[in-house]
Design a protein. Sequence first.
Length: 231
Amino acid sequence: MKRTERLHAMSEMLRRGGARGYTAERLAREFSVSTRTVKRDLAALANSGAAVWSRPGPGGGFGLVAGNTLAPVTLSPSQATALLAAVAAAPDAPYSDQAATGVQTILDVLDPITRERAVELAGRVWVNAVRGPTRAVQSALEEGMAAQRVLRVRYRSAAGARTVRDVEPVLFASTDGQWYLVAWCRLRDAIRWFAVTRIERASVTAQPCAGHTVREVGDPPEHARPAHGRS
């Protein structure tokens, strides 16, 4: 888990912990880091404006000041269930972990009756989604896209041939149930579509992308649209 993801997840855990809070040791176990790293992360959260409190001594710990949370949200049980179902059905989608955390944040601030009905209704929606790439690969692809940094990937073609390439991420695309990383391939000197399930390794380099745009990808597949839903 990248540090930015860990900081966000830690703030959500502290928020849900309420007045009882958590010890540094408990947080360290949860995120598989040292207590020293936890304390650095807590300091970073405080410096970013989060209202982190600490309580020394036996029974002490860390938490977030009450009220330092998302404002109340109004959703119907069906709307909340739709969010839960969409996230559960697409664990291979880009930023799916963050989406799951975001949906949980929304559920936490719903009124109790709506939340209870949404959870009950979601129990009537079953999904059997197969995970795609490993978390390490997915995290690298997400980071490279967001930061617009060159990615070094080991890619397996449909025929089974493996190559190591430096690619400049342009967009993620889903078509026919398959996710692709659409990127400028420095090996081929052209835009290429890489099936995410065939990316075996990925790392983010320090090199910035050269600025290739979505327009260079060409016409999107029929009925394709950006995730924000705007035309």
